[in-house]
Design a protein around this ligand. Structure first.
Ligand code: NDP
Length: 291
């Protein structure tokens, strides 16, 4: 890590470039499977309601699937769908041997429990890795399907050869989808992990002790330069719309010349998250079919 008086050459993650590299590897794997006489893997995405952001996310996921030779199907259900109807559709997809990964786009309308939905998706097809069994396996260190955004964070750190062993990693945010799993993954790589949240006292000074700082709060530009140790690796997971623009949790410009690595809010962790959904679906297919 650099001296505090010295300017640092900051590496900026090219999340799209790294995502394309990983997607090319997945595409290669799929074409080999198909050449060997197997069908292509299939992801099913369910969207309940008409949230425009969610619609655009699932379009992006479909495009990503077709580019690597993975099939994708979408179920667009009306806002009026009941929890019982949604759970029945999930059970049907669980039974369908031609379906390898199931993703239910969040957020769900009021009246549908995201926890019950997560528990209903078969752990074998749990592309989003939200089932309690999948989370338990992550905790035990035996998980094959792992939450997509945390996997993307780890891919970014590895791509930039950020040392994790013995490093102090601070994760801001403790959600089941980002904060908790990324903390476990960092710990599995022998980082010493501190998990922070909205009740953490003197968050800035905790962050200043981090070699690796992961921000996943949805609080725009909360992390300033004086929260970051010079030469630290800063991963910005947050995405919030402010005045029609997407803004991260980190003051990106302030990190340039200060951090060793920073991830931009556009073309940063987002494309890696989608890529890991494809990775999980392919993985689920291979392991269920034993191929
Ligand atoms: P949640 O709202 O579920 O969790 C936010 C976490 O941040 C909570 O643990 C909360 O603490 C903590 N937090 C909120 N405010 C503060 C604060 N002022 N100081 C410290 N901690 C705080 O969000 P998610 O984990 O689902 O997502 C986090 C962000 O990441 C969002 O912006 C989301 O859009 C983005 N995201 C981006 C993805 C991508 O692909 N790039 C994928 C998934 C999410 P507490 O628990 O105490 O309430």
């Amino acid at each position: 890590m650099s001296d505090s008086t010295e300017a640092t050459d900051t590496e900026v993650l090219d999340g799209l470039g790294l995502a394309n590299q990983i997607r090319a590897e997945l595409a290669d794997e799929i074409s080999q499977l198909v050449a060997a006489g197997h069908r292509a893997p299939r992801l099913v995405v369910i969207l309940v309601g008409d949230d425009p952001a969610s619609r655009s996310y699932i379009k992006g996921k479909q495009r990503a699937c077709s580019r690597i030779g993975m099939e994708s199907l979408e179920h667009l259900l009306p806002e009026s769908t009941t929890e019982a109807e949604l759970l029945e559709l999930i059970r049907e997809l669980n039974r369908d041997d031609e379906v390898d990964g199931i993703l239910v786009q969040l957020p769900l309308p009021n009246g549908i429990s995201a926890a019950r939905v997560a528990e209903t998706v078969s752990p074998e097809k749990d592309a989003d890795a939200l089932h309690p069994i999948t989370s338990g396996q992550l905790m035990a260190g035996t998980a094959e399907l792992i939450s997509c955004t945390p996997l993307g964070v780890m891919a970014a750190l590895d791509h930039h050869a950020i040392p994790m062993e013995g490093a102090h990693a601070v994760v801001i945010g403790r959600s089941n989808i980002v904060g908790k799993p990324v903390s476990l993954l960092l710990q599995q790589r022998n980082a010493t992990v501190t998990m922070c949240h909205s009740r953490t006292r003197d968050l800035a000074s905790v962050c200043r002790s981090a070699d690796i700082l992961v921000a996943a709060t949805g609080r725009p530009r909360m992390v300033k330069a004086d929260w970051v140790k010079p030469g630290a690796a800063v991963i910005d997971v947050g995405v919030t719309e402010v005045d029609g623009k997407l803004v991260g949790d980190v003051d990106f410009e302030a990190m340039l010349g200060h951090a060793r690595l920073v991830t931009p809010s556009r073309r940063g962790i987002g494309p890696l998250t989608i890529t890991m959904l494809l990775r999980n679906t392919l993985h689920a297919y291979r392991s269920r079919k034993n191929i």
